[in-house]
Structures are given as C-alpha cells and as structure tokens.
Design a protein around this ligand. Structure first.
Ligand code: NAI
Ligand code: MG
Length: 358
C-alpha cells in the first residue's frame, strides 16, 4: 500500500486539538482510497521553549527535511512573546524549505453565511501570499531602549528573484482559473519596494497575455473584499499584505476557523507545509470547541499536493456536506458543537463510493 511520510506539529493552544481531529479524518479517507499516512508527531512549540529555551531542537529542520509534507497546527501562546514563537519555528520552516508561496483559498462554502450585507454573490478566489521575504524581515534594530530618543528600524526586503517567482506562480494559477489577477500594492506610500513590486508585475504580465491584471492599493483592496468580494479570481500580495487580506478574506466567508493555507515549495525540492490560517486561539484553547475544518481543509490541500486527488475530493465533499446540512456547528459558526462532534460528522459524511463532489 502506498504510504506518505508526514511530520505533524500540533504546536500550541487549539493546534493540539485540531491537528489530532484532522488526522482522524485524513486517516479515514486514506483508508478508503487505499494508501496510508505514516505520521510522526513533534511536540515542538511554546512548552518546548519554556523547557529548553528553543521552539524546536537544533536539528529540527534537518529532521523535517526527510518528510514529504509537514502538517502544522499553530504556534504561539501567552508567556512567550509572539515574535519569539513565530521566528523560532514557523518562519524558519517557511524559509529553509523555500516555501515561497502561501496559497490561501477564500471560498464561501454552501451552507455558510457571510457576515456581509447585502449578501454577496458566490465568493471563490485565491490569495497568493509571498512567504519568504518582504516586510517579514530580521533586518533592523532598536537603539536607546527606554530613552526619549529610543528608535526602532525595520527594513523590508524585496528581491528580483523572490518577487518574480511568486508573481509568476500567481499568473500561472490565474491562467488555470478565470484568468484575472489583482496585485496588491501601496506604491503611493511605500516608495521603493512597492514601485519595484509593480514594475515586476508589469515585466511579467506580457508572458501571460490571456490574464487580465489590475493593480490595487491594499487599503482600497481591503474595502473591495468587503464591498465586492465576488469580483476576485487570484490576488497576489506581499507577505504582510497577504497576511492581513486573508484574515479579512476568512472572515467574509464565515469564520477564520475554516480557512486553510498551503506553504508551497513549488519545485518540490523541499517539503511543503499545510496549516490553517488561524493561530493558537488561547481564548478558547482547552475547551474542545475549536473549529477543526480549517485544519481539515489544510489536509485536503496536503492530499492534493501528495497527488491523492481522489481522496482530496472525497474529504472536501464530506466537509461541504456537513456544512450544507443544518447539523452541528462549532460556536464560531453560531452553533454549540464540539471539535469532536464536528469530526464525527465529517467521518459520517465520507461517502465510500461517491467521488463526484469537487
Ligand atoms: P487567532 O487566529 O489565534 O485567533 C483570533 C480569533 O479567532 C480568536 O477569537 C479565536 O478564538 C478565533 N479562532 C481562531 N481559530 C479558531 C478556530 N479554529 N475555531 C474557532 N475560533 C477560532 O489569532 P490571534 O489571537 O491573533 O493569535 C493567537 C496566537 O496565535 C498568537 O500567539 C499568535 O502569534 C499566534 N498565531 C499563530 C499563527 C500560526 O501559527 N500560523 C497564525 C496567527 C497567529
Ligand atoms: Mg495571519
């Protein structure tokens, strides 16, 4: 039986609840489709940090390099500064493994209600977030701490190679969809990096004559996500802009609890990583009420990446059937179901012989 080696990193907070829940669903669908997932779980994160002074062991990246994919919950918890947890685990993985595309589907699934009024048309677009450079940079520093003249400087880094790769990926994705690409910019206020970003988009566009490209300042774009979300097909954005836009995107399609993401190394030279958009949600951690669907949908993206398209369709079909039925919902979707109850519903909705759903 074919098998895929997967590294699971539940991480912190609700990551420890939604990763095991999603693994149940993934194992069930793998059984139906005749393959197995060989999981190895790594208890890295803030507790590891509090014990050892590091979010993961010194050879953590080396260990992960041997896996086909990484399945991550979320990292970060009160008691450890967020920049320590993020830069001690998540960002090193994204960078070491050249996962320069962070792909985030924003889709209003049947049965879910957008908080927007009047009710928008169908929402179904992809955000391609640059994932290795940009505003997330270690370059800079702080001086004169505590003094009136204290200062902090942080440099954003945009390289020709980095922007080229992610923008090309977005154009190629648009070519397989509705052939419309929106580039998020802010070249009126950010006067070096953003005009460079725009220039790169202009340089690449002629190679994709069938794709209509438009440029929007990110502030206006955020407003359009709210006012006209049905008009987008593919959105390409820098690291920070893409991060902000996708929390907003997740909110307009019902809940941050359902939105997935794929950190991709498109060349497949290194493992890619799959995780929900949301964080560790300390406000609800330990209560068993986290929505597991974002983690499960991230699992669907992982199955697609592993070439298990049939299993991916089957699992997504089950998620869609669960949401379309008026049954159990977790509190973020207005219900009172637990994480476990929702997973039970997904398992029950897996249809052994029905793979028509897509
Ligand atoms: P968050 O996404 O953890 O929570 C924001 C709000 O959404 C909270 O009210 C939370 O209860 C709710 N929420 C999130 N996921 C949910 C789910 N599956 N079901 C139901 N409700 C859900 O973002 P926040 O509060 O900014 O960050 C909390 C911690 O997570 C911080 O330490 C932060 O650094 C970390 N974080 C980690 C990320 C990662 O590992 N990729 C991403 C974002 C934040
Ligand atoms: Mg975010």
């Amino acid at each position: 039986m074919p098998s895929h080696r997967i590294a699971a990193i539940p991480g912190d907070g609700i990551g420890k609840e939604v990763v095991p829940a999603a693994r149940q669903a993934l194992d069930a669908v793998a059984r139906l489709d005749g393959f197995s997932l060989a999981w190895e779980s790594f208890e890295w994160g803030c507790e590891h940090y509090q014990r050892t002074g590091a979010m993961m062991p010194p050879d953590g990246l080396e260990t992960l390099a041997g896996f086909e994919a990484i399945f991550l919950g979320a990292v970060g918890f009160p008691g450890v500064p967020d920049h320590v947890s993020l830069w001690g685990l998540l960002i090193p993985i994204r960078r070491e493994f050249e996962q320069y595309v962070n792909l985030r589907p924003i889709r209003l699934l049947p049965g879910l209600e957008s908080p927007l009024r009047p009710r928008p048309g169908p929402i179904d677009f992809m955000v391609v977030r640059e994932n290795n450079e940009g505003e997330y940079s270690e370059i800079g520093g702080r001086l004169y701490r505590g003094a009136p003249r204290e200062l902090a400087v942080q440099a954003a880094v945009f390289t020709r190679d980095g922007v080229d790769k992610v923008v090309r990926y977005a154009f190629e994705l648009a070519r397989t969809r509705d052939r419309r690409l929106t580039s998020a910019t802010k070249s009126n206020g950010i006067v070096h990096t953003m005009p460079f970003w725009d220039q790169m988009v202009d340089e690449i566009a002629p190679a994709f004559p069938e794709v209509a490209v438009q440029r929007q300042h990110v502030d206006a774009l955020a407003a359009m996500f709210v006012l006209r979300p049905e008009t987008f097909d593919v959105v390409v954005a820098s690291n920070l802009f893409g991060d902000i836009l996708t929390d907003l995107g997740a909110a307009i399609v019902g809940s941050i609890g359902i939105a997935p993401s794929a950190n991709l190394n498109p060349e497949r030279e290194h493992p890619s990583m799959f995780e929900p958009i949301h964080g560790s949600a300390p406000d609800i951690a330990g209560r068993g009420i986290a929505n597991p669907l974002g983690q499960i949908w991230a699992g669907v993206m992982m199955l697609e990446h592993l070439g298990e398209e049939r299993a991916a369709r089957r699992l997504m079909g089950a998620v869609e059937r669960v949401l379309a039925a008026p049954g159990a919902r977790t509190p973020d979707l207005g219900g009172s179901a637990t994480t476990g109850q929702l997973v039970e519903q997904v398992l029950a909705a897996l249809e052994p012989d029905d793979c028509r759903t897509n």
